[in-house]
Ligand binder design. Structure first.
Ligand code: PGA
Length: 252
């Protein structure tokens, strides 16, 4: 992926979906994305599909959805950053709320994963986001900033690009999204935190919104200040759903 200063990035997260029969969908997405050079587009597919996807669409950014924090070792069932790279991936998601929740991943572990992935040469999308009760208690911003404090890699010097995805947990797969004001306030707070954390290097870090992004709401989401793209789950599985989101990003 390019490191241009905050071009929009639209990344799909296929989660536990995708078989060889879906490679044709990836080919359609890659071909259409090529015609929209103003936007960076990526698909994070199941680890076992990475190699076939990367071979099927040379030059298109294929990523993993998680990576182990160790470079190698006795970790049965896990996938390392070097394995993903070797299979043709150029990026990985770390710290998705589904992993933080189901696999009890701590901020510290997410930071270790991000640091190892970046050191091995993978771009990283690092996810943060609050549960509904925290949003309702008025503590969303402080909770997300605390997650960032605990999980952002310490240094970006000489590393591939880092993006942060703000994904309110209650908006993932539910069809609910925060108001434009809520997204704007959160992204502004994250932007400031990143700029303070990394000083000059922070300017290249993109902040994506994730959670029920669709073609119908993408134009208004991309119009919000400090939204540098989207991380898209359900609507990334089919080209007909995903490409309108990419087009909305290209139109900004
Ligand atoms: P969704 O998922 O677009 O299906 O809400 C987003 C995500 O979990 O990354």
């Amino acid at each position: 992926m390019t490191t241009d200063m905050r071009r929009k990035l639209v990344a799909g997260n296929w989660k536990m979906h995708g078989l060889s029969s879906d490679l044709a969908e990836i080919a359609v997405i890659a071909a259409a994305s090529k015609r929209l050079p103003a936007v960076d587009v990526a698909l994070c597919v199941p680890a076992v599909l990475v190699e076939r996807a990367a071979r099927a669409v040379p030059g298109f950014a294929i990523g993993g959805q998680d990576v182990h924090h160790a470079e190698q070792g006795a970790h049965t069932g896990n996938v390392s950053a070097r394995m993903l790279l070797d299979a043709g991936a150029v990026l990985t998601i770390v710290g998705h709320s589904e992993r933080r929740d189901a696999h009890r991943e701590s901020d510290e572990e997410v930071r270790a994963k991000a640091e190892t992935a970046l050191a091995c040469g993978l771009a990283v999308i690092l996810c943060v986001g609050e549960p509904l009760e925290i949003r309702e208690a008025g503590a969303a911003v402080q909770t997300v900033l605390a997650q960032l404090d605990g999980s952002l890699p310490r240094s970006l010097a000489g590393r591939p690009p880092l993006a942060v995805a703000y994904e309110p947990i209650w908006a993932i797969g539910t069809g609910k999204i925060p108001t434009g004001e809520e997204i704007a306030a959160m992204h502004a707070a994250i932007r400031k935190h990143i700029d303070d954390h990394y000083s000059d290097a922070g300017a290249a870090v993109r902040i994506l919104y994730g959670g029920s992004v669709k073609g119908s709401n993408a134009p208004e989401i991309f119009a919000i200040a400090d939204v540098d793209g989207a991380l898209v789950g359900g609507a990334s599985l089919k080209a007909t759903d995903f490409l309108p989101i990419v087009e909305a990003a290209a139109a900004r």
